[in-house]
Design a protein around this ligand. Structure first.
Ligand SMILES: NC(=O)c1ccc[n+]([C@@H]2O[C@H](COP(=O)([O-])OP(=O)(O)OC[C@H]3O[C@@H](n4cnc5c(N)ncnc54)[C@H](OP(=O)(O)O)[C@@H]3O)[C@@H](O)[C@H]2O)c1
Length: 177
């Protein structure tokens, strides 16, 4: 029996549901004391494809001074403009649903949606996300870039597991279809 690849949101958020401050700082997250890499390497091994919103991509390029962090994965960056691919990423501005369905039907490991919130809103509305893994920081930042933007959607989830990495709590959900 073939095992279909899953599209997994794996992301860190503040207790009040933000993924970055309004000026895109993640200091509040990096200042939290975790444990090891908080399960990141193990998760990273489970995926071979990475989906990124253009603003998150720009953030990564600006802040990761060294090489692009996902070089050994197939990376798609979503934008509404036309941008030439680089050796690390393919820029996508056409039909997202068809692309995701095509990817899900290919052989391979799972697909990671990195974020951010704006791209995610589209994926949530279209019910493309299969699992959600949230790493919750013990921080309330009051305002910022929301993980889930306001919109006309509802997803029902089922809790698959929880883990603690020192000050972080990881919540793992399966999206009910
Ligand atoms: N806490 C975490 O773990 C975490 C994880 C990921 C990101 N972040 C942070 O989140 C921030 C960015 O999040 P964000 O919500 O502002 O932006 P985002 O979702 O990363 O990117 C938004 C951009 O993606 C493109 N886009 C969005 N929806 C699209 C669609 N349906 N079709 C085609 N293109 C689409 C558009 O690009 P164009 O404008 O080019 O058309 C849009 O401006 C960054 O600061 C990043 O560091 C934090």
């Amino acid at each position: 029996m073939s095992k279909k690849r899953k599209l997994v949101l794996y992301i860190a958020k503040s207790i009040d549901g933000y993924i970055a401050t309004k000026d895109e700082s993640l200091e509040w997250l990096f200042n939290v004391e975790g444990e090891g890499d908080n399960g990141y390497s193990d998760f990273y091994e489970t995926v071979d494809t990475v989906l990124i919103g253009k603003k998150t991509y720009d953030w990564i390029v600006k802040h990761d001074a060294g090489e692009f962090p996902y070089i050994n994965k197939e990376c798609y960056v979503f934008t509404r403009t036309s941008i030439k691919d680089t050796e690390d990423v393919k820029f996508v501005n056409d039909d997202i649903v068809s692309l995701i369905n095509k990817l899900k039907n290919q052989e391979g490991r799972n697909i990671w949606i990195v974020g951010g919130g704006e791209l995610l809103q589209y994926f949530v509305k279209e019910k493309l996300v299969d699992e959600i893994i949230l790493t919750v920081a013990p921080t309330i930042i009051g305002k910022g870039i929301p993980l889930f933007k306001e919109g006309d959607y509802q997803l029902d989830l089922s809790l698959k597991g929880t883990r603690i990495f020192n000050q972080f709590v990881e919540l793992h959900y399966v999206v009910k279809k």
